[in-house]
Ligand binder design. Sequence first.
Ligand SMILES: [Zn+2]
Length: 253
Amino acid sequence: MIKPRTTFVLYIIVLVLVYLFLPWKGIFFSIITALFLAHLVYCSYAICSQVYIKTHCIADTSERKISITFDDGPDPKITPQVLELLNQFNVKATFFCIGKHIEENKETLKLIDQKGHLIGNHSWSHERWFDLYPAEKMKLEIEKTNGLIFETIGKKPKLFRPPYGVTNPSLKKAIKNFDFNTIGWSIRSFDTINHVKKTVFRLKNKLKPGAIILFHDNREQITEILKPFLEFAQSENYKIVPLDELLDIKVYE
Ligand SMILES: [Zn+2]
């Protein structure tokens, strides 16, 4: 992916060329500016663009191995239901937890750990405008969440997933000293917005070796989606493994 700095230089060169040689300068200026802005937006919002932060989005494997991940918990009601279902299918997953939710549900976090699943950092507030925060404010949130996870389960995460999957220069600066493995996804289930049947259909269609799938364990409908998906994945001989096994990475300090 071309870096924004390179795109900016190209943008200026093309603007000068248009100014010197082409008619209808206004139209060309608008088109080029729109393309430049679209590129900037893509670099931040596509978690796998790899522009600002190196992110694990899929494993390089032809084996039928995948990982499933859950964001935005722990939720005192829904997370235990998810854990129960995972237990029935003998599957280990990764939970990217929000600090302020952990503070209210420490027992649920302990349960995730006790059941043998992995826990990652997903910021403290997951505030709507998190990606516009200055680096220092982001860093404090991430540090506070890692601190609380350590206090609760005695393990400090090396797995991080940016809120909303947004990466930018501030976040890059914020996580500089954490030595995190930043985790994206290759399949977004859209379990927060889509109808159950549509979500399951989409997952079945997109499933492929090495996939990392994004779910949310704070949505009422998650178990309705998860059950048919797990049945399908296992019937297709997919092995669902934890992220450390899929990516050969360290998950705790
Ligand atoms: Zn999230």
